[in-house]
Design a binder for this molecule. Structure first.
Ligand code: S3P
Length: 430
């Protein structure tokens, strides 16, 4: 098991780019595989999660090559996938398993999906139930609520589905199934989750209509291959944004970051905390808003976080917790129950680790209260195998009184394999 020790940084300075957006990278492979023609993808994230998606489609007979710069996917059209001769292993990736289960529900063959020890504990009923309503036959452990899942697809009918949670994985799973369903499939959610699928379906020529918190997909419409450029992942940039805010005398420019409004909750939250963050050169690439982000050290203050901003910042709460731990006063997080079913229970993971660092934290059912500390203590903290917990706690080490040792850091490879070298690059030498 790898451990990493991070000590106090004098400042964070320079210019960086972060690897490609994980959500968009997944979708580029999936849509490329079922489109007609050759899709090219630049800026693809070669993290373990996305490689799980790539391997799954290769196992279903799709030609995918990587010359180190560009990924080329030779799509077979809506009905070009072949029955996988083996179990599809989605590794640690919730997006892979939930989206692919939707896609497999539309195929006229049998398939089995599974994942690692963490993924096999995560809730699958949220996609299995609505996909079953569409006509898919899915069985799995614990009454079909846990992976492995066995899917006998085909014969789907469009439904109108009101999702009880705002989740892009549920929405996208049903959108993919909807491509194969008779008629229209409409999904609505309490508040809008990331809309990369809606944008990419439109880019590939899908028949998609949207309203405030809903989307309708018409089935049977063939997609056309595209050239996709993936922007940097704001979820990866978030660790560096928080680092530059909390370390004194810092100024960091993060170039080419995706700033889709359904993902910028972290910027809104950090601005409300008093962060000095500017978006520069806002532009659009492959149907997604992109900007350069300039961040300077700031005196942060505690705020109340809840409501519609939560799904727009859902993956950034571990990093936001570190900002809160370094802010003056109380930060409250509510309406964030979904954090309990991420790669790990992120409410427990952050609360327990922050307490080790001397921060006062109270857990609630759907969030937590964090009282900012004058100074974080050093010590040994546990990532619990969750990449975002590992990277957040590493950022805390930059301002702690003595070094912070993070255990079990291999998991960083799922979304950000170059995190530690990049962190080393921006920590200005003493
Ligand atoms: C993702 C959606 C989110 C997010 C995950 C990626 C996606 O999950 O937490 O990291 O790519 O659709 P939920 O849909 O479960 O909120």
């Amino acid at each position: 098991m790898n451990t990493v020790s991070i000590g106090k940084a004098p400042s964070i300075r320079g210019e960086i780019t972060v690897p490609g957006d994980k959500s968009i990278s997944h979708r580029s492979i999936m849509l490329g595989a079922i489109a007609r023609g050759v899709t090219t993808v630049r800026g693809f994230l070669r993290g373990e999660d996305n490689m799980s998606t790539m391997h799954a489609f290769q196992t279903m007979g799709i030609g995918i090559t990587d010359d180190g710069e560009t990924i080329r996917i030779t799509g077979g059209g809506l009905h070009g996938l072949k029955e996988p001769g083996t179990v599809l292993d989605c590794g640690n990736s919730g997006t892979t398993i939930r989206l692919i289960t939707g896609l497999l529900s539309g195929q006229s063959f049998f398939s089995v999906v599974t994942g690692d020890q963490y993924l096999r504990k995560r809730p699958m009923k949220r996609v299995v139930e609505p996909l079953t309503l569409m006509g898919a036959r899915i069985i799995g452990r614990k009454g079909g609520t846990l992976a492995p899942l066995a899917i006998t697809g085909g014969g789907l009918k469009g439904i109108e589905y009101q999702s009880p949670v705002s989740s892009a994985q549920i929405k996208s799973s049903l959108m993919l199934a909807g491509l194969y369903a008779e008629g229209e499939t409409t999904i609505s959610e309490p508040s809008l989750s990331r809309d990369h699928s809606e944008r990419m379906f439109s880019l590939f020529g899908g028949d998609v209509t949207r309203n405030v918190t809903g989307v309708t997909v018409r089935g049977g419409v063939e997609l056309t291959a595209q050239d996709v450029t993936v922007p940097g992942d704001i979820s990866s940039a978030a660790f560096f944004m928080v680092a530059a805010l909390i370390v004194p005398d810092s100024e960091l420019l993060i170039r080419n970051v995706g700033v889709n409004p359904t993902r910028t909750g972290v910027i809104d939250i950090l601005l409300a905390m008093g962060g000095d963050i500017q978006l520069l050169d806002c532009r659009e690439v492959s149907g997604e808003p992109v900007a350069d982000i300039l961040v300077r050290s700031s005196r942060l203050k505690g705020i109340a976080i809840g409501g519609d901003v939560v799904p727009r910042a859902i993956d950034e709460f571990p990093a936001i917790c570190i900002a809160a731990a370094c802010a003056e006063g109380l930060t409250t997080v509510r309406d964030a129950r979904e954090l309990r079913v991420k790669e790990t229970d992120r409410i427990i993971a952050m609360a327990e680790n922050l307490r080790t660092l001397g921060v006062t934290v109270t857990e609630t059912a759907d969030g937590m209260d964090i009282t900012g500390a004058e100074q974080l203590n050093g010590g040994t903290v546990d990532s619990r195998g969750d990449h975002r917990i590992a990277m957040s706690l590493s950022v805390a080490g930059l301002v702690a009184q003595s070094p912070i040792t993070v255990t079990d850091t291999e998991c960083v490879g799922t979304s950000f394999p170059t995190f530690y070298p990049l962190l080393e690059k921006v920590v200005a030498p003493c």
